[in-house]
Design a protein around this ligand. Structure first.
Ligand code: GLN
Length: 285
């Protein structure tokens, strides 16, 4: 269903508030995020800047993509990328913290306008939400305790105890291991902590996040082994049929072109972005 927020309706129709109310009365909008409503119920707000506010869901326990600093403020690569996209597209971005497995339902029921959360573009998800063009290339890695010499590859995981994060591609990958005993956690740091505590034999999680946890010293006594299990691309997810897909893609293309993306990449990964990203969602599937 195409979501028409009142703010956007005002911006594009120039018919004013009465017409927006009429639209709402006709059932032309679904229950929108509260921020959309508050921006739109005040015509003055709707006219300022771009007039559009995007409520963007994220699960902020996945550094360096999204986390909370000491003051509880959101920070990370995804946060900066989404803010830059909003700025480029002329939309206000308001983040909403949600559990990772609650992001797609929130997109489906219209309580958020987008989600950025290191979310892998998958066939299955693409059937329920729309994705932007890929903005990051990642893959799944196996983590074990530093002194573990037994597990060196995916094959070695058979009949082992594996911790994963609920609703993730890592959790999906773990279901392919024969005889594995899988425990699911709400966040990746919790799964990694379970491994550090010696309660499981391995964690399957996004490589950049596991490496960040190890390199930052957030979790000690772990290492990554073997090859990456997958090649995955992250995309910004939007409700199916969202009118904002085009604006997000255009803005993302623009910040890749004008160097903003590379600056943000440098800030969080300390290096130049490696390699070109495919321009279409299909190329990421
Ligand atoms: N990239 C993984 C997925 O999409 C994990 C994402 C996350 O935990 N934030 O399933």
């Amino acid at each position: 269903m195409i979501k028409i927020t009142r703010a956007r309706f005002l911006k594009h129709s120039a018919l004013g508030f009465g017409a927006a109310l009429l639209l709402a009365a006709c059932g032309g909008e679904e229950p929108a995020a509260t921020s959309d409503d508050s921006a739109a119920s005040d015509p003055a707000t709707a006219e300022t800047a771009s007039g559009d506010t995007w409520t963007v869901g994220t699960e902020p326990a996945f550094p360096p993509f999204e986390s909370q600093d000491a003051d509880g403020e959101l920070e990370g690569f995804d946060i900066d990328i989404m803010r830059a996209i909003g700025e480029q597209a002329g939309a206000e971005v308001e983040f909403s913290s949600l559990p990772f497995d609650g992001l797609i339902p929130a997109l489906q029921n219209g309580s958020v306008d987008a989600a950025i959360s290191a979310m892998t573009i998958t066939e299955e998800r693409a059937q329920t939400v729309d994705f932007s063009r890929p903005y990051f290339k990642a893959g799944l890695a196996i983590a074990v305790e530093e002194e573990n010499t037994e597990i060196q590859s995916f094959e070695d995981l058979q009949n082992k105890r594996i911790a994963v994060q609920l609703g993730t591609t890592g959790a999906e990958e773990a279901t392919k291991i024969e005889g594995a005993e899988i425990s699911q956690f709400d966040s990746a740091p919790l799964a990694l902590q379970e491994l550090a505590n010696g309660n499981v034999d391995a964690v399957i999680n996004d490589a950049p996040v596991t490496l960040d946890a190890i390199n930052s010293g957030n979790i000690s006594g772990l290492k990554v082994v073997g090859e990456l299990l997958t090649e995955e691309y992250y995309g910004i997810a939007l409700p199916q049929g969202s009118e904002n897909v085009e604006a997000v893609n255009a803005a993302l293309g623009e910040i890749i072109e004008n160097g903003t993306y590379a600056e943000i990449y440098q800030k969080w990964f300390g290096s130049e972005p490696s390699g070109e990203l495919p321009e279409s969602v299909d190329a990421a599937l």
